[in-house]
Ligand binder design. Sequence first.
Ligand code: AMP
Length: 176
Amino acid sequence: MSKITAADLEAAIRNVPDFPKPGIQFKDITPVLGDAALFAGSIDLLASHHADSRIDAVVGIDARGFIFAAAAARQLNTAFVPIRKKGKLPYKTIEENFSLEYGEDTVAIHEDALQPGARVLLLDDLLATGGTAAAATKLVQKVGAEIVEIGFLIELSFLNGREKLNGHPIHSVITY
Ligand code: AMP
């Protein structure tokens, strides 16, 4: 079978207007996950360029980021570490607040989840305003690890989220 391209993934991603609230164009990735070849292709496009570099852990952001990060970690033969919404991780955590369109949210990581100096690939499904990924980046750095790259299946470039990511290398498979 021919290699899956970003255009194949883009064709499968479903745009759902006004979800979860009016004005949001929700990018539904479930058609990608639900197709074996597209799912495998999405992981290749997010991770395969790291196959020959040292990645110690793939860190995924709650919740859809877990899907891609866990599969990428397996492909790269490395560890998977979750960054979760506040109150979900059972052991001692480090937390980071960030602003949403309305209000605030908090993400957390286990304080011992990463070794100091660990080389991290941070993954989420989608970069919008960048608040979530910026907070996750700070958590990785607070535990003393190093961001090698921040990867997204989808970047909504018109929201300028990458400006919040402090110059870290960013790799987006599909850009709108
Ligand atoms: P942000 O912090 O604004 O960059 O938002 C990123 C997070 O919100 C990601 O974890 C996405 O899963 C989710 N998200 C934001 N906007 C959308 C959208 N239009 N479609 C799907 N998910 C979205």
